[in-house]
Write a protein that binds this ligand. Structure first.
Ligand SMILES: [Mn+2]
Length: 358
């Protein structure tokens, strides 16, 4: 595995590359071209400039999160071929620039969903949280307004105000898209991009739906092991893989996280490892990465990655807001750096125990 940190670019992130470089064991960043929109063809010179900026600080780009998929592709509109063609051009250029892992998602309308961005925990830290009761009481248009005041002034990826203004229109477009249709549209997309992925050795890593169930009646398919196995089989190419996001799959306590990693051996191309605390059914909040602070066994998650020979980029995921930091909720420096150090510690212990035959 390679420990990395997500970086939102010098224009949007409060965390700098200089700071990231000082986190022990972090040599790679996960980033994207934040000025692009889904459906844009990325210019080679923009990719080169981003790469040069990262490399000037002694780091490298370990992968892209994300190259977003245009809604026409998810919905299956006639113009999808045009957008798939552009997606392929972007992948080609990333491959030419030595980037071989691309994260994406296939979630309709909403990216991740939370009902609170700053729930206070007993230790005074604040975290992102989700309450099904709160979601059930909202209409989709209110969702954005209800969290907008807690973003610390940052634009949350997937929750851009321009996108939220189009919510009703988006819901109408997805009206006839059920789970079966979404699977079919994903298959169409993957089959079209696999030749480019084969040529440039690009590992595609689909991010799970978060939370791992239908929200506001929209179909969600990347939620469970049976659905993932269906996806792996429908386009059976090693470059068709997953982002194993512990926090997203773990929103559903029925998902056995280490068991899923073991079943997906060879197809996990990227890992997001964080912890959640389930309070009661339908209510969870994000926790520190430490096993004891939440509901997941982080040792077992890392052990499953180790045992399956995982060698892709890994990153700590959302962190708590601590020590007075003002940053994009979930993406401050301090708690993610603690997360990286902790995960590196688990990995070293697992590696050394294995070498001693323990
Ligand atoms: Mn994630």
């Amino acid at each position: 595995m390679e420990m990395t940190l997500r970086w939102y670019g010098s224009r949007s992130d409060s965390v700098t590359l200089e700071q990231i470089r000082q986190i022990p064991g972090v040599k790679g960043v996960i980033t994207t071209l934040y000025e692009t929109s889904p459906g844009d063809e990325w210019a080679l010179e923009d990719i080169r400039a981003l790469r040069a900026e990262v490399e000037a600080q002694g780091l490298h780009i370990a992968g892209i999160e994300s190259v977003n998929v245009h809604d026409a592709i998810k919905i299956g509109l006639p113009e999808r071929d045009l957008y798939i063609d552009r997606y392929c051009k972007t992948l080609e250029r990333l491959g030419q620039e030595g980037i071989h892992m691309v994260c994406y998602n296939f979630m309709p309308v909403f990216d991740w969903t939370r009902t609170e961005l700053a729930r206070r925990r007993p230790d005074g830290s604040t975290v992102l949280a989700y309450s099904q009761k709160a979601v059930d009481a909202l209409i989709p248009e209110q969702m954005f307004a209800s969290i907008a005041g807690d973003t610390n002034g940052f634009v949350m990826p997937g929750w851009e105000p321009e996108r939220m203004e189009r919510i009703q229109e988006l819901f109408a477009l997805y009206q006839d898209v059920d789970e079966e249709k979404l699977f079919a549209n994903l298959k169409y997309f993957l089959e079209a991009i696999m030749p480019v992925c084969d040529k440039y050795e690009i590992n595609m890593a689909i991010h799970p739906d978060d939370p791992a169930w239908s929200v506001f009646g929209l179909p969600r398919i990347i939620t469970s092991l049976p659905n993932l196995m269906r996806m792996m089989k429908m386009v059976d190419n090693p470059h068709n893989g997953v982002t194993f996001c512990a926090g997203s799959y773990g929103t559903n306590p029925d998902n056995d996280l280490p068991g899923m990693i073991r079943a997906l051996k060879g197809r996990v191309h990227f890992a997001h490892v964080r912890n959640l605390k389930h309070n009661f059914p339908g209510d969870f909040e994000e926790a520190a990465h430490l096993s004891a602070d939440g509901s997941f066994d982080m040792y077992e998650i890392m052990k499953a990655l180790y045992d399956t020979g995982f060698d892709g980029p890994i990153r700590p995921d959302h962190g708590r807001m601590i020590w007075g930091e003002k940053a994009m909720p979930g993406y401050g420096l301090y708690d993610r750096a603690l997360g990286a150090a902790y995960l590196n510690g688990l990995w070293e212990a697992i590696e050394k125990s294995a070498a001693r035959g323990m």
